[in-house]
Write a protein that binds this ligand. Structure first.
Ligand SMILES: Cc1cc2nc3c(=O)[nH]c(=O)nc-3n(C[C@H](O)[C@H](O)[C@H](O)COP(=O)(O)OP(=O)(O)OC[C@H]3O[C@@H](n4cnc5c(N)ncnc54)[C@H](O)[C@@H]3O)c2cc1C
Length: 402
């Protein structure tokens, strides 16, 4: 029977693993195929980047039994301060004003990855193939047959629904014939931890400068996660700076809101590209997470958006008789459209507007920021979006009723 044939998920990154766990939570059979070995440190995205997880995301991770394995390593974000160097306005959002305990949480991706791996170990309806790399895929009457290269040899598996969760450079997307638009920001993101003189006490900062945006996230032990955007050509030079030069650079870019910065950790550079698939679904196939859309990390939306993909898909297929039916996939694509387009436009627009140097834009931006800060319905709406709440969101991310 089609309904009981396992869904195949290609890619066990943050989104693919979350989808596999969500399906398992609902008792639905799936196969998760991941190219890297299933141990901490082996998977490319289970690394040192510090993730800002929206409140809705944490609701979703709680619903699938992942958060309880990660919560002790997370730091609550109680306030967010958005400003631009040289402009007079700023926007502040606070958990207290929204009557919640936190707007979101920060967690190193490595820690979330470890929690996902531990939770995957307890799944009862899931088959995991790792390491296993999907090569050729072939359409058949009932769905797809995929070829997996494993250390033991080649395996062939059939599925009524193929999910491409294989990241930005998704080979599944390409094999399905789904085209994608790419925008190279010509920027490098430098990620590291630092220790500020003043305890951030749950405050996260987003500061825009002519040279690119900077985000500072509160972490455990009074540290902060620093995310610096630099022009592509400077990326390697900045990553290679010694501690003193890098500290001076970071201080100049972020300013003095947290006093003197010190003790920079190892610097990790990332090249930034925006990739948007032209379609989310094909015949008996769907792409999710970064394979569907990769956004600029400075808005901290990529995983938050990808988890909503995964939880929406899980909610819809577990309620259906045929997980790969055309109508179901068309409904899925329609349901994800507004969140996806809105979040992509916000992430892209934020970077572009905040980085434009035209002098007349400064006062406009300042006024816009002042308006957001002073007009409480606007600020509230922005805070709700920042917390990851969207129309037609999967039920798992909604606020539990008291
Ligand atoms: C510096 C930085 C900071 C970020 N900060 C935030 C943040 O604060 N908040 C936020 O929400 N998001 C953030 N993001 C974005 C977030 O990390 C990504 O959106 C997320 O990792 C996407 O997960 P994914 O599972 O879709 O893809 P990936 O994590 O890239 O996983 C894809 C997986 O597929 C596997 N794979 C690929 N090809 C195959 C194949 N043929 N066969 C089998 N397996 C395959 C790979 O090994 C990999 O494990 C940040 C990103 C960066 C770079």
């Amino acid at each position: 029977m089609i309904a009981n044939d396992p869904i195949i998920i290609v890619g066990g990154g943050l989104v693919g693993a979350s989808l596999a766990i969500a399906l398992d939570t609902a008792g639905y059979p799936a196969v998760l195929i991941e190219a890297a070995a299933p141990r901490p440190g082996a998977q490319p995205s289970y690394d040192e980047r510090n993730l800002a997880l929206a409140r809705a995301t944490v609701n979703g991770l709680k619903a699938i039994g992942v958060w309880e394995l990660a919560a002790s390593r997370a730091t609550a974000i109680t306030d967010i301060h958005v400003s631009r160097a040289g402009d007079f306005g700023s926007v502040r959002m606070s958990a207290a004003a929204e009557q919640v305990d936190a707007l979101g949480w920060t967690l190193p991706a490595r820690e979330l990855g470890e929690a996902l791996l531990r939770r995957l170990d307890t799944c009862r309806h899931l088959t995991r193939i790792a390491p296993g790399r999907v090569g050729a895929i072939e359409a058949n009457d009932a769905g797809w047959t995929v070829e997996v290269q494993t250390p033991e040899g080649i395996r062939r598996l059939a599925t009524p629904l193929l999910v491409g969760a294989d990241g930005t450079h998704s080979q599944i997307r390409e094999q399905l014939g789904i085209t994608a638009r790419t925008h190279d920001y010509d920027q490098t993101l430098i990620v590291c931890t630092m220790t500020p003189e003043r305890d951030p006490r749950g405050r996260a900062f987003e500061r825009f400068t002519d040279a690119g945006p900077v985000a500072v996230l509160p972490l455990a032990d009074r540290r902060v996660g620093m995310v610096l955007t630099v022009a592509g050509a400077l990326g390697e030079d900045v990553a290679a700076m010694d501690d003193a030069a890098f500290t001076a650079f970071a201080q100049e870019r972020f300013g003095w809101r947290l006093g003197r910065l010190s003790r920079p950790g190892k610097r990790h550079p990332y090249q930034i590209r925006r990739v948007a698939a032209d379609a989310l679904v094909a015949r008996r196939a769907v792409v999710v997470g970064n394979a569907a859309q990769t956004v600029h990390p400075i808005g901290a939306q990529g995983f938050n958006l990808g988890l909503r993909d995964a939880l929406t898909l899980s909610e819809m297929v577990t309620a259906a008789t045929d997980p790969g039916a055309d109508a179901l996939l068309a409904d899925y694509a329609a349901r994800r459209q507004s969140d996806r387009e809105g979040t992509m436009a916000m992430s892209h627009g934020l970077v572009r507007l905040a980085c434009l140097e035209q002098p007349f834009l400064g006062p406009l931006r300042s006024l816009a920021m002042l308006a957001f800060d002073r007009v409480s319905p606007l600020r509230h709406a922005m805070a709700r979006r920042g917390m990851g709440f969207r129309e037609r969101a999967p039920s798992a991310v909604r606020e539990p009723t008291p």
